[in-house]
Design a binder for this molecule. Structure first.
Ligand code: PLP
Length: 402
């Protein structure tokens, strides 16, 4: 007998019900159809927009030099890796990029992953085990948490950036090995974790520090080396991860740390071992991107100017720009409907800024995640600030009258 179709349908009707509820709660997510390269001016759903949505903080995703590098590399190395890293998939282009990245971030060794999600679940899952403990900021990116679940280590979460709460947990822990895991720059808040304090706690309690620098790499620190350089931190206790699909403009991620850590991950990180690496042509493109990052002080200076212009030109009563000196500038609105109304108002003006709602952010802190890029002009940012200033008056009045 085949499974009765009723059983299958009951699963599907449950899914349908959940989707309908999501929509009623104003939480249904919808994809836009992009018809242009990722850039500051895009065509989405057949409409031109000024966009503040991408994580392409240096404007490299559509950089002619990188497009040419990828075309050439595809000619030299083909379009696919064809086998996992431990069979025949590890190409010289991958190897060269790993060495370049390790040198750039001033760590002994680095290892490439297909993306940041795979890196986090693979690394934490491999390094930590049943008798260990992981200490994680409550606002960490979801994939750090999933890495922790996969590891089967004890999992402790502490309030955002709360060094005192973290120390209390560390002091009480009897775990074999302890790992503090945190976003270096928080993706929905734009603030920087107190990593110097975390490192001091690592020394005091014999713990290790895993930082996810998805939003700091390329943007912060000397030559864009990232958050560790920004805070001038160095220690063999640190393992860092950064994505290559954000400021680096392409795709992928790398983990950097002591040689023994990287050697171990090559054997034991399942998302590395049992997965086909990204095409070598991407690595060759990324090598060119990392050189652009290194030589990109002008891009970062322009980005900092845009950040200060946004702050100086927003004139708001109720909505609050969170204190952030990174490219991520969150504007907290509060209610889901109000945040959505603002996002829709801006969209009608030809400006795209995503509304971020629970569960991605805590309840009652729905926000616009304004993401600035060195590709934006001063006029682009002034246009955004003026539109938001006007929207606050209109939306606050219209919600008061319902
Ligand atoms: C985007 C992001 C990731 C995932 O990286 P991908 O390369 O996009 O898979 C991990 N951590 C943080 C903090 C991120 O923002």
């Amino acid at each position: 007998m085949f499974a009765s179709s009723n059983q299958v349908l009951s699963l599907f009707s449950g899914l349908q019900k959940e989707l309908i509820q999501r929509k009623a709660d104003g939480l249904l997510r919808q994809r836009r159809l992009l018809d242009s390269p990722q850039a500051e001016h895009i065509i989405a759903n057949d409409t031109h927009f000024l966009s503040f949505c991408s994580n392409d903080y240096l404007g490299l995703a559509n950089c002619p030099e990188l497009i040419a590098a990828m075309q050439k590399a595809a000619g030299d190395s083909g379009v696919g890796s064809g086998a996992s890293n431990l069979i025949t998939g590890h190409h010289r282009f991958h190897d060269a990029l790993e060495k370049q990245l390790a040198k750039f971030v001033e760590m002994p060794a680095a290892l490439l992953f297909s993306n940041g999600y795979m890196a986090n679940i693979g690394v934490i899952g491999a390094l930590m085990g049943r008798h260990d403990a992981i200490f994680a900021d409550k606002l960490n990116h979801a994939c750090l948490n999933e890495g922790a679940y996969l590891s089967r280590a004890a999992f402790h979460r502490f309030a955002h950036n709360d060094v005192i709460a973290l120390e209390k947990l560390l002091k009480e822990s009897t775990a074999n090995h302890k790992l503090i895991a945190a976003d270096a720059v928080f993706s929905m808040d734009g603030d920087i974790a107190p990593l110097a304090e975390y490192l001091a706690l690592c020394e005091k309690y014999d713990a290790y520090l895993y930082i996810d620098d998805a939003h700091g790499f390329g943007v912060l620190g000397e030559h864009g080396k990232g958050s560790l350089s920004h805070l001038k931190l160095k220690s063999p206790r640190i393992i860092m991860m950064a994505t290559l699909g954000k400021a680096a403009g392409v795709a992928g991620a790398f983990v950097a740390g002591e040689q023994v850590v990287i050697d171990y991950l090559i054997q034991k990180a399942n998302s590395y071992v049992y997965s086909t690496p990204a095409p070598p042509a991407l690595s060759a493109t990324l090598s060119a991107a990392v050189t652009l990052i290194e030589n990109g002080n002008d891009l970062r200076a322009h980005l900092r100017i845009l950040i200060s212009i946004l702050k100086a030109n927003l004139d708001l009563k109720n909505w609050q720009l969170l204190p952030s000196d990174t490219a991520v500038q969150p504007l907290v609105i509060g209610g889901n409907r109000e945040a959505l109304a603002l996002s829709e108002y801006l969209q009608a003006q030809g400006i795209l800024v995503p509304a971020i709602r629970p569960p991605t952010v805590p309840m009652k802190t729905a926000r616009l995640r304004i993401s600035l890029s060195a590709a934006h002009s001063v006029d682009d940012v002034l246009r955004l600030a003026n539109a938001i200033n006007e929207a606050e008056k209109l939306i606050t009045e219209s919600l008061e009258t319902v």
